[in-house]
Design a protein around this ligand. Structure first.
Ligand code: ADP
Ligand code: MG
Length: 334
């Protein structure tokens, strides 16, 4: 659906060139919600602007829904841009227009006739559950409602892709949950592909099917949620399934395993450490929800000389454990 290949973006600047994107290869599958995470300055917004065609790549290609937009001449970009809808942190509605007329705006620009427009707007407002507020003005809406109008407006021209840059950063917890629920719902009902930029691990946990971590314009880690969290010790595993506060144990050697319960059952995983004897301590054995998955984690404190045996047991159970020097497992990463 979205295919980035060797994507590079350099901004010339007086103090020297700024390399915002430094060779990005990335595929986003149709009908999935894909999170882009990374620190401020990592290149997330630049990546989204390249997807909309607002920004021309310095090198590489951007293909959206079969069209290589990075190759298109300027006069064909405008139509191509209708393939992508944008949702921002701050919605920027036209205050003098009703909600319905705000949603109608991109249709007017696209030259859709009045009668068709009205039908489409009603449909869009129903989709975001705001049909009853069609004639209200932006000032009369809550932050979450405004964001829903923003989403309806972004969907007006039936884009194949919805691009969201920090869509919930300005919203409170409960409203954030509602908006994320709506995004999942749109994926399921419309089969739309969604790219969400966020700095909040909770947004990825609750909404994304796959996630990519950017650092200095490069992909550090990328994959489905199950793939990245089971790469034990990796930055995204640490960020999405944080190591719990555990009693310190004797801290001789820590062995850690993270698994998706649809791949390895909890009975098999936790059973693997049963009967190892009293000098092997289980510091933590947890299962928690992660989007549509459940993720288990085992933290085992073992005598140095028994590390290989413990690791072998966990491997035999289908896990991919990591043996870290005692004390390392609680370290903050990213
Ligand atoms: N229009 C621009 N001109 C010059 N430098 C830019 C421009 N836009 C972004 N940058 C630089 O590119 C890098 C990536 O920025 P950005 O994509 O906004 O990162 P993020 O969204 O992850 O915070 C940063 O170093 C930023 O300062
Ligand atoms: Mg940004």
């Amino acid at each position: 659906m979205i295919e980035l290949s060797g994507l590079r973006k350099v901004y010339p600047s007086p103090g020297g060139d700024v390399v915002a994107l430094d060779g990005i290869d990335l595929t986003v599958e149709r009908g999935t919600v894909h999170g882009i995470v990374g620190r401020s300055g990592a290149g997330k917004s630049t990546l989204i602007r390249c997807l909309t065609g607002l920004e021309r790549p310095t090198a590489g290609t951007v293909t959206v829904d079969g069209v290589t937009i990075s190759d298109l001449p300027e006069n064909r970009l405008r139509t191509a841009r209708r393939k992508t809808g944008m949702v921002f942190q701050h919605v920027n509605l036209l205050d003098s227009r009703t909600i319905a007329d705000n949603v109608a705006y991109p249709l007017e620009v696209a030259g859709v006739r009045r009668a068709q427009r009205a039908a489409r707007v009603a449909e869009l407002l129903d989709l975001v559950d705001l049909g009853h507020r069609a004639s209200a003005y932006p000032a009369q809406l809550s932050g979450g409602q405004k964001q829903r109008v923003g989403i309806a407006r972004a969907l007006a021209t039936e884009p194949a892709v919805l691009l969201c840059d920090e869509p919930t950063s300005a919203l409170d917890g409960e409203t954030t949950r509602q908006i994320l629920g709506l995004v999942r719902d749109l994926r399921d009902r419309l089969g739309i592909t969604v790219v969400v930029i966020t700095h909040e691990p909770s947004v990825v946990r609750e909404t994304c099917d796959a996630v990519t971590l950017l650092e200095h314009g490069r992909v550090v880690q990328s994959g489905t949620l199950a793939q990245v969290v089971t790469q034990v010790g990796s930055p995204l595993s640490r960020a999405l399934v944080p190591v719990p506060d555990v009693p310190p144990g004797r801290r001789r050697r820590l062995v850690e395993a993270v698994f998706a319960t649809d791949a390895v059952s909890t009975a098999t995983a936790f059973g693997a450490v049963a009967g190892l004897g009293d000098d092997v301590e289980v510091l933590s054995a947890t299962v928690e929800p992660l989007g549509a998955l459940r993720v288990g984690r085992l933290l085992v404190d073992t005598p140095q000389e028994r590390t290989d045996e413990v690791v072998a047991r966990l491997r035999a159970a289908g896990l991919d454990p990591l043996a870290a020097p005692a004390g390392d497992a609680g370290q903050e990463v990213a």
